[in-house]
Design a protein around this ligand. Structure first.
Ligand code: TTP
Length: 644
């Protein structure tokens, strides 16, 4: 559902940059002989020559379109070069294109906040860069303006042909322009520079839109392609939207857009101007009504989110026509292959970017033979994501099973699957501070560091991550392996990244590092000790996880995924598991088998006061009755995820 957000008070400069016929360009860079030739990239599936997924601009001149199949494209453009996407696991492997997209993003991100919106497009917030240019070298004082900037299309200038560049130069140079237009002029210069840099460094062309918000910038970038840019001054917005078919507007391509056409008779976005805000709210609710009222005026306050990495990972495969999957085992086979790829990608995201995905979703398109309810769709199913290929496969198959049950209902009839996809979403960064010390502590212990190869799990488990936002239809246990795997990979890298650590922890690191052969390593042993409360806590987590795993079967399992319940299991609340027992024993210094004296005081001193106090109390407990350890600060401190 669209969200109505007011524009911020100060004018922004937002750019949308979209690569031109992206996959084709990537293939042409790989094989320069293809340059200048009509080229298209086709899907792996070779039925009727394969579906076209990217069409080069030379081929478009012949009328070749993405909706065609290779055979048809050949008919209308006999010289067309059809390049098949790279293949892995029996399906398209998009890594080549993903990596090429990342090359571009790393260049574009140098000028302002950058949001990677898809494999080949980004939004940039260039407001600061434009303001700075305006105050230091405003366009009106520039003697020479680069040709690429002069080739910009400025909406509302109404000049074409030879005179255009002169008009654009005048527009850029206007000293009497308002602040907003001056900012856009700076934005146009910056985007042209960025596009040239992209071309120079990657050999890819891209197109850009420059406006005061994301919505307008996106519309603009598609207006003049390839290798061009379009500027949307505020004065041109009304005309732009007046002729824009509602279905072309983002978020109006589906039912909402259809309803605007049929129920309100609005065929263009501009047609919505005749309706009051109240009227639109009456029809579509307060939020959507307000959003419609806003967009018809070109208002959109959506911020450019700082995100260079994808929001989710997904992979899918279609099985058109006779290739439809009709048995459970054939579906399972494909689900396993998709999961294999997904698992590899989320693992590499974890290793490279320290990000964890929390939700696994399976989508499918299906049909029933002699369907009595053709309107019933195969429902998408989600569950908390567990790391490890086998677990993802197991869960995805259960999701499919659950979806198929819902899809078929009580009917015992034949079915077929024409598309399958799985996605890992709700991706978040690994918690930093606590994770760093865990990494440090784990990574520096010879027994775990040396025995853990890349990808190997630590034997000792860690407290679980929270999956607070999972919309589960069936569910499995949130897995500790997320954390374990994170640690394993970090340990394997053997590279202690202390830049995220709070300062004191950094010093602990160096102190322990320097002195680890003598008694001072006791603090490490302390946290590693198989008898420590930390271990007890982990064991409790493991037990909890095992119990849940053994009892979890789709789709009827309980919702145990959140941290609160896990906290109970590890003894943060009274009367659960045996952690209190451990605490009692540790107070005698008995179970840990170490003395306070063995801990280098300077190391201990580096810990936060609350932790120091707690450690000291464990060894020299105050003479008072045993109290509940609910909310134990040390446990919180070393827990990788704090309850949010
Ligand atoms: P788009 O940006 O939609 O298109 P494009 O870059 O090929 O062409 P344009 O110059 O018109 O923007 O998609 C980016 C890439 O994503 C495209 O090169 C191939 C891939 N893609 C698919 O695989 N399937 C699809 O249905 C679409 C739309 C794109």
């Amino acid at each position: 559902m669209p969200i109505a957000r007011p524009e911020p008070q100060n004018a922004r400069v937002i750019a949308h940059v979209d690569m031109d016929c992206f996959y084709v360009q990537v293939e042409q860079r790989k094989n320069p002989e293809l340059r200048g030739l009509p080229t298209a990239v086709v899907q792996y599936n070779s039925w009727k020559g394969g579906g076209l997924i990217a069409v080069g601009y030379e081929a478009r001149k012949f009328g070749v379109k993405r909706s065609m199949r290779g055979d048809e494209a050949k008919r209308i453009c006999p010289n067309i070069q059809l390049i098949q996407v790279p293949v892995a696991r029996g399906k398209a492997d998009l890594n080549l294109y993903r990596n090429a997209g990342s090359e571009v993003v790393s260049i574009l991100a140098t000028k302002g906040r950058c949001e990677r919106a898809s494999i080949d497009e980004v939004y940039l917030d260039l407001t600061d860069a434009a303001e700075m240019m305006l105050s230091e070298t405003p366009p009106e004082v520039l003697d020479k303006i680069d040709e690429e900037v002069l080739k910009s299309h400025v909406l509302g200038l109404h000049v074409e042909g030879n005179g255009r560049e002169e008009k654009v130069r005048e527009w850029l140079h206007r000293s009497d322009a308002d602040h907003q237009d001056k900012l856009l002029a700076c934005g146009a210069i910056i985007v042209a520079q960025l596009r040239m840099k992209v071309l120079y460094e990657t050999k890819f062309t891209c197109s850009g839109g420059i406006a005061h918000n994301k919505m307008l910038a996106k519309l603009a970038s598609a207006m003049h392609k390839p290798a061009q840019q379009t500027v949307v001054p505020s004065s041109s917005v009304k005309d732009l939207l007046a002729s824009l078919p509602v279905k072309k507007m983002k978020q109006l391509g589906g039912k909402l857009g259809s309803s605007l056409q049929t129920d309100l008779g609005a065929n263009t976005v501009g047609d919505l101007l005749q309706f009051s805000k109240e009227k639109l709210q009456e029809h579509y609710g307060v939020n959507t009504g307000t959003w419609l009222w806003n967009i018809s005026r070109g208002i959109s306050g959506d911020a450019v989110v700082d995100r260079l990495l994808p929001k989710s990972h997904g992979c899918g495969k279609t099985f058109p026509g006779p290739q439809a999957l009709k048995t459970f085992s054939s579906v399972e086979n494909w689900v396993n292959q998709l999961c294999d790829e997904l698992s590899e990608r989320i693992q590499s995201d974890l290793d490279q970017n320290r990000r964890i995905a929390h939700t696994l979703t399976l989508h499918a398109r299906a049909f029933k033979e002699n369907d009595m309810e053709p309107q019933r769709k195969f429902p998408s199913k989600s569950c908390p994501l567990r790391y490890g290929t086998a677990k993802i496969q197991e869960d995805a198959v259960k999701l499919f099973d659950s979806g198929l049950c819902d899809f078929l209902g009580s009917q015992h009839i034949g079915w077929g699957i024409t598309s399958l996809s799985i996605a890992a979403s709700k991706i978040s960064d690994l918690p930093q501070g606590t994770c760093s010390i865990l990494k440090f502590l784990e990574g520096k212990i010879p027994s775990s560091a040396s025995s853990s190869g890349a990808g190997e799990f630590h034997k000792e488990s860690l407290p679980l991550s929270s999956t607070d936002d999972v919309q589960s239809t069936g569910c499995t246990v949130m897995d500790q392996e997320v954390k374990q795997k994170a640690l394993a990979s970090e340990v394997a890298s053997n590279d202690i990244d202390i830049k995220f650590q709070a300062k004191p922890l950094k010093r602990i690191g160096s102190l322990v590092e320097k002195t680890k052969d003598v008694g001072k390593s006791s603090i490490l042993k302390f946290f590693q000790s198989s008898n420590s409360s930390f271990h007890a806590m982990n064991q409790a987590c493991e037990r909890f996880s095992r119990d849940q795993a053994s009892s979890s079967s789709f789709p009827e399992c309980e919702e145990h995924s959140d941290l609160e319940q896990i906290d109970e299991q590890v003894g943060f609340s009274e009367g659960h598991v045996d952690i209190d027992g451990h605490h009692n024993q540790t107070r005698n210094g008995y179970m840990w088998g170490i003395n306070m004296e063995n801990i280098d005081p300077s190391v201990l001193d580096e810990l936060p006061m609350e932790i120091q106090r707690e450690i000291r109390e464990w060894f020299h407990p105050p003479k008072r009755a045993n109290t509940s350890r609910k909310g134990s600060s040390i446990v919180h401190y070393f827990s990788p995820v704090k309850k949010g």
